[in-house]
Every structure is written in structure tokens, then in C-alpha cells.
Design a protein around this ligand. Structure first.
Ligand code: XUL
Ligand code: CO
Length: 438
């Protein structure tokens, strides 16, 4: 078969001094860091929607990029051309995973039975393409936000019929995820929220979302899905307020509804910053709850209040992300580039440059995070910071169980407050810079 990206070579690692725009400067798949290869640390994934579907349309203008891949858009021939393009793209970059929404794969028909038939046909084709490659599905999901029927929510809709449509899509998307061997299944609640509380029964809506998730777990397990379900928190956009606001909120919801054994978090960097958190904060909250599952690797723009889904270039942020990931012992999921080219970056070459940038950014993040851990100064500082709980009798008592009575008596004997200890932030930031720039 003739190539779609015929003028783009196989992308290889050439090292930091290379000036070749089609080479990795830092991502060296087989390089071993802290006992694992970079490829094992960084299961990168291509997002079907941004890479193969989105062509630059925004609120003010139409497509700027040609994503027809030689076929007429809106046809099954085009759906197959996207598969061909996607597999060639992944192979040329050494990417071994992809993520998809049901309707990224085929043109949606008016009748759900016809959409499902098309999905069967295209996933047969994807399975064929997977043969003889290392390419696998990272996670699947159902798009329950684009179709106008979901304007007032999917799991949180006021309409029992719309709820059934949502259930049908979840059921099918789960079947497809199992068919393609997906590691995970994502719920991103784009329309699961509200515009005004004047028309919203919040408790009823949240209980209904939990019912849908419980049915998904039950069905998924019954058809052999052994992976993790994920919630991908996002505070707003498209809705004014979304129920899965941030990791802490989503984890609380999962625990309240007894879903915490089957679910983990899929943390997206740009969603974290929209929630007023750092990316690292969301990762830490997930990790300390044993729920750091997967990552949507992108970045936002601090000057803009919406989800710009930019390819990650911020090495500080990637380093602090990888610090959390290494400390958590890795991901059960992977790093999905839920990122899109800027609208004026409209050539096929730009698609490759974006992934080279993003993969190199995370490779650097991994190298620097490992160096930060091996350096030990940050860990040492944090350990020392809390040492009054581990090195003193009273501290040990607090950890092992005591009473307010005993602690109050101890405080009375102290006389004055003990010397406050420095938080050392500027020192630690200079350690970080020292690791970053050597
Ligand atoms: C939207 C978003 C989605 C999810 C999957 O902000 O991140 O693409 O990742 O539905
Ligand atoms: Co996402």
C-alpha cells in the first residue's frame, strides 16, 4: 500500500545535538532509567480524535488542515483511510497505543444499529492492522457530548430515553475496547453538569451517573474487561459546572457510590489547571488514594481560561509529573497525547513535529525526575520536615493513637511555642533548577 505520509521518514533517536527536525533529541526508547526502558516508563498513545479527525475548525473558522487522507470525508472509505494514516503515523513515531471515542472511528448514522454495524466493520479492520505490530488500544470511550440529544447530559440527563442512548453507547464502546484489547475505559463527563441550579436536581443527576457507571462495571466484567475504568476530571467546559470537577471530587464520588475498586483517575494536565490546580497536584491526589491510572498529556495556556489542548512543551511540568509517576511506581494506563496542533500548524509535517516535541518533553521529564529522585535532596528535606513525628516520643504517640487530654497536657508543659522550622521553598526550587540545568 502506498504511504500517506510519504515524505516523512521513520523518526529515530539522534541525541541532543541533532538538528534533524524529524529525529528525537531525548526520547531514546531503549534507554534504561531506574531499571526500566523509556518505552516501558512512557506508554505513549495517539488520540484518534485530535490527530486523525480534528482539522482546525474553531468557533470562528473552518478547517485549515487536510485530514481527508485521500478519501471523501463522512464515508467508510474515509474511516479506513484514517486507520491507514493512524497506523502509519504511529509506526513512524514508535507509538504503541491509541485512544478512541466510538464516533471518532466512523461517521455516526441516524440509527444506532447502523452506527454499531459500521463500528464492527472498522474495528475488524483495525484488528487486521494491529496484526504483526506492537500497536494496541490504551483506552476507549463513548462520545456522549457531541450529539444534540446529550445537551442536558448523558448519565445526568433528565430524559430516560436519552439515558438509554447513553447506555447503548457505553455498552458498545466497552465491547469495542475489549475487542481491541484496551487497557482502560474512560468516562469524561463533558455534559455531566449544569448551566443553572434553578433547573437541576443535583443529587438525582449524580445518583443516575453512578447507576450508569455501576452497570458499565457489571457489563464490562461480564464480557472479560479486566482493565481499569477511569474518570477524567474536568471542572468546566462545555458545561458551566461539571460534576467531576477535580480528582478529589471524583474520588469522593467514587467512594460514596462504592465504585472505587474498579475506577482510577485519568488526569489531564489542562483540566488540572482549569480547576485551579497544578498538574502535579492532581497526580498527587490520585496517587495518595491509590487511583493514579492514566494521563492525558497536554498543556493549557495560563493566559486563556479554556481547554487549549496544546502539545506538552513545559519540561518543568513534565518533570514534576514524572516525579509523581515514578514515586507511584508507574501507571497502569499510559500517556495519551490529548493534544492538537495549533490551527495555523496545518501540515502533515506539523503533526509529526508536535509528537516529537511532546515525546521529547516527557523523555526529558523522565530523565530529570529520575535525577531528582536519585539526587535525594528533596526527599531528604521532606523526610526531615516531618521528623518530629518519627523521632520524638510525643510524635510517635500521635501516630500510634493518643488523646486530646494527653496532647493538651504536653502542650501546657512546653511553655512557649517551639522554634518554627523553615519550609525551604526557595532552596528546593534551586535544587530543582540545579537538576534541570546541571
Ligand atoms: C475533553 C477531553 C476528552 C476526553 C475523552 O476535554 O479531554 O477528549 O479525554 O472524552
Ligand atoms: Co482528555
Amino acid at each position: 500500500m502506498s504511504e500517506i505520509f510519504s515524505n516523512i521518514p521513520q523518526i529515530r533517536y539522534e541525541g541532543k545535538d541533532s538538528k534533524n527536525p524529524f529525529a528525537f533529541k531525548y526520547y531514546d526508547a531503549e534507554r534504561v532509567i531506574m531499571g526500566k526502558t523509556m518505552k516501558e516508563h512512557l506508554p505513549f498513545a495517539m488520540a484518534w480524535w485530535h490527530n486523525l479527525c480534528a482539522a482546525g475548525t474553531d468557533m470562528f473558522g473552518r478547517d485549515t488542515a487536510d485530514k481527508s487522507f485521500g478519501a471523501e470525508k463522512g464515508t467508510m472509505a474515509h474511516a479506513k483511510a484514517k486507520v491507514d494514516a493512524g497506523f502509519e503515523f504511529m509506526k513512524k513515531l514508535g507509538i504503541e497505543y491509541f485512544c478512541f471515542h466510538d464516533v471518532d472511528l466512523v461517521p455516526e448514522a441516524d440509527d444506532i444499529k447502523e452506527t454499531n454495524r459500521r463500528l464492527d466493520e472498522i474495528t475488524d479492520y483495525i484488528l487486521e492492522k494491529m496484526q504483526g505490530t506492537n500497536i494496541k488500544c490504551l483506552w476507549g470511550t463513548a462520545n456522549m457530548f457531541s450529539n444534540p440529544r446529550f445537551m442536558s447530559g448523558a448519565g445526568s440527563t433528565n430524559s430516560a430515553e436519552v439515558y438509554c442512548f447513553a447506555a447503548a453507547q457505553v455498552k458498545k464502546a466497552l465491547e469495542l475496547t475489549v475487542k481491541l484489547g484496551g487497557r482502560g475505559y474512560v468516562f469524561w463527563g463533558g455534559r455531566e453538569g449544569y448551566e443553572t441550579l434553578l433547573n437541576t436536581d443535583m443529587k438525582f443527576e449524580q445518583d443516575n451517573i453512578a447507576r450508569l457507571m455501576k452497570m458499565a462495571v457489571e457489563y464490562g466484567r461480564s464480557i472479560g474487561f479486566e482493565g481499569d475504568f477511569y474518570i477524567e476530571p474536568k471542572p468546566k467546559e462545555p458545561m458551566k459546572h461539571q460534576y467531576d470537577f477535580d480528582a478529589a471530587t471524583a474520588i469522593g464520588f467514587l467512594k460514596q457510590h462504592g465504585l472505587d475498586k474498579d475506577f482510577k483517575m485519568n488526569i489531564e494536565a489542562n483540566h488540572a489547571t482549569l480547576a485551579g490546580h497544578t498538574f502535579q497536584h492532581e497526580l498527587r491526589v490520585s496517587a495518595i488514594n491509590g487511583m493514579l491510572g492514566s494521563i492525558d498529556a497536554n498543556q493549557g495556556d495560563m493566559l486563556l481560561g479554556w481547554d487549549t489542548d496544546e502539545f506538552p512543551s513545559d519540561v518543568y511540568s513534565a518533570t514534576l509529573c514524572m516525579y509523581e509517576v515514578l514515586k507511584a511506581g508507574g501507571l497502569t494506563g499510559g500517556f495519551n497525547f490529548d493534544s492538537k496542533n495549533r490551527r495555523p500548524s496545518n501540515t502533515p509535517e506539523d503533526m509529526f513535529h508536535a509528537f516529537i516535541l511532546a515525546m521529547d518533553t516527557f523523555a526529558l521529564g523522565l530523565i530529570k525526575a529520575a535525577a531528582l529522585i536519585e539526587d535525594g535532596r528533596v526527599d531528604e528535606f521532606v523526610k526531615e520536615k516531618y521528623s518530629s513525628f518519627t523521632n520524638t516520643e510525643i510524635g510517635k504517640k500521635i501516630l500510634n493513637g493518643t488523646t486530646l487530654h494527653e496532647l493538651a497536657a504536653y502542650a501546657e508543659n512546653l511553655g512557649s511555642t517551639s522554634e518554627p522550622q523553615s519550609g525551604g521553598q526557595e532552596y528546593l526550587e534551586s535544587v530543582l533548577n540545579n537538576i534541570m540545568f546541571g
